[in-house]
Design a protein around this ligand. Sequence first.
Ligand SMILES: [Zn+2]
Length: 301
Amino acid sequence: MVAKRAKSINNHKVKKFFQYIFLFVFCSLVSVGAKAQALLAEEVTIQRQMEEVKTIALRNMLLNEVNTVPSADMYPEWVNTRVHFKHALPDSFRIDLRGFVMPTTNTQITDKFGYRPRRRRVHNGLDIKVNRGDTIYAAFDGKVRITAYQRKGYGHYVVVRHHNGIETLYAHLSKKLVGANDNVKAGDPIGIGGNTGRSSGPHLHFETLLLGSCLDPALLFDFKNQDVTGDFYLYRRPGSKYIENGVVKIAGPEKKYHKVKSGETIGKIARKYNVEEGIIFKLNKLNSRSIIRPGQMLRYQ
Ligand SMILES: [Zn+2]
């Protein structure tokens, strides 16, 4: 009986021992499993991150490939004089506006780009109100092409040729902070705002040029909202043909309309938008005897 009992105790001990062993092995397995799962999850996350990096890198690579039009290849020469010269413009050109910095933090446009009938001349840029002493910044990375002084025109001014293919001009400065052939980064101070040259009050006269031809800066820069109009701006030479959705189209100046208000005349509308009356007559197939009515839409550009 005693012996039997001893055997039973022994059996009990053995059972307990195996139970512990089983528990230990089970816990170890669970722990290994959890660790493995954690590692796996980590690996998946890393892989995903790698893929994202690859996608971003790939995207940038593709974008750069599309946009690799170094200004050095576009412009046959580098001269420190002559702002406006006419090189043949391509049918289309994609301007990379990424990496911009607004030339001024001021937002008030005091004069638009375009023809001024009263002065019978074209305004080549945008005028932005600045205060004397305000810092003017380079809009993109590039190299300073011109720093000069024009008593009857631009006053102190700076022209920068950018890697994205365009040039920018900053005029009526009270002081220039860069010299010709200096390399600049977007946002580098290049001048101090002022009222030099033909100017009736401190303002920045800002021009954007493609191969020597002026583009309306408002197509690229939105001073009011301190932003560019997009990552890219697709320039199309007016009159050039292109295909969109399988249809051949001809690029032209952007069409703009005005809704006639009571009491308005074509002359008044022409003055409002700085265009010639004749242009409004022609665009709307009107003549001097035509009558315009309130609510009517008139194209002025
Ligand atoms: Zn101006």
